[in-house]
Design a protein around this ligand. Sequence first.
Ligand SMILES: [Zn+2]
Length: 423
Amino acid sequence: MAQEYIEIRGARENNLKNVSLKIPKRRITIFTGVSGSGKSSIVFDTVATEAQRQMNENFNMFIRTFLPRYSQPDADAIENLSMPIVVDQKRLGGGSHSTMGTITDIYSVLRRLYSHIGKPYVGHANVFSFNDPKGMCPNCNGLGRKMGVDLDLFLDKSKSLNEGAILFNEYAVDSWGWNLLEQSKLFDMNKKLSKYSEKEMDLLLYSKPFKVKTKVGGKDFNLTQEGIINRFIAKYITRDVKTMSERTQKAVAPYITMAPCTVCKGARLSQDVLKCKINGYNIAELASMEVGQLIEVIKAIKEPKAAPLLKTLVQRLQYLVDIGLEYLTLNRETDTLSGGESQRVKIVKHLTSSLVDVMYVFDEPSVGLHPRDVHRLNELLQQLRDRGNTVLVVEHDPDVIKVADHIVDVGPQAGSQGGKIMD
Ligand SMILES: [Zn+2]
């Protein structure tokens, strides 16, 4: 097949000086040059922008209002583009429901594996999802964490109740709350909390509501008392914070902390789902293993009827190992990844896609990569090319540049002194 080219004529975006060039399709082209020379102006602001703009033209006006807007780059002509995928260093967002496992689709394969061969059988692959009501831990709604009370700030255990052991001001000595505790006659007001037995402590902090007889102005009253932490949670955590006054929010905020869910211990799944195991591991245990260790555990599963799923898993995990991310876990939340890690996770995501004739655009993919792992990155770029894709890379690292089929050097200097293709 004759070599095809992406053709650019008369590009003048930013500092570009009427640049014309041909970029071979289905090859790796690397754009080099000093910072500010104009290489990003060619790759991102001209080629990628025009490709994305043309893509969006395919959608109707309604859809387009939801898409990012791209204005036409300043150029005489840009021809023969492919569908663009920009793999940049923008951090992956997604909140707590997006993890390494979900974004790479590895977790969905793992879920199918557990549904298929996990013992005991607990249901369809969906129940292994912490985003699905059937599978999520009901205590933390699949978050793995729960707001609770920081006891170290709430109590001073070196003091007795009479000395003001409860630091939260609703129980300050002589306050209404403190008086209720005293009148309940359930607590030794002079004993330091550090000397309380587990049972006494439990009664103070976590008891269910109970009636307390008290006298107000010589009259008997029945008042309801309950564990002070339970009361705090019901009053300030379970209800929507936004319905409280700013003053109250400020007063209670210091005592509130995010802690691992006490029911699932951070596993995010219901107890039934966690009982389902393969080779002694439940799915949450696998998701919290480093990828380098996980791949060995998967390889050790010998189950002929799951062979295709196991093969897919090993292949995808190997991509993560190959790109130097073997130290990450599948349950790692994507918004905690660095820019360099985010870009490499995106590369893996695209490696598992079966799209062909795509134009991949990379922004310094070697950033954050250990020098000894650069050759692995190069192999992945080559794999993308060998599947029939066009790969454009902006890069400084000479070890990455080695993998280029074609090099475009932009210069000679930065800013107004740049913007030309060097021969
Ligand atoms: Zn939980």
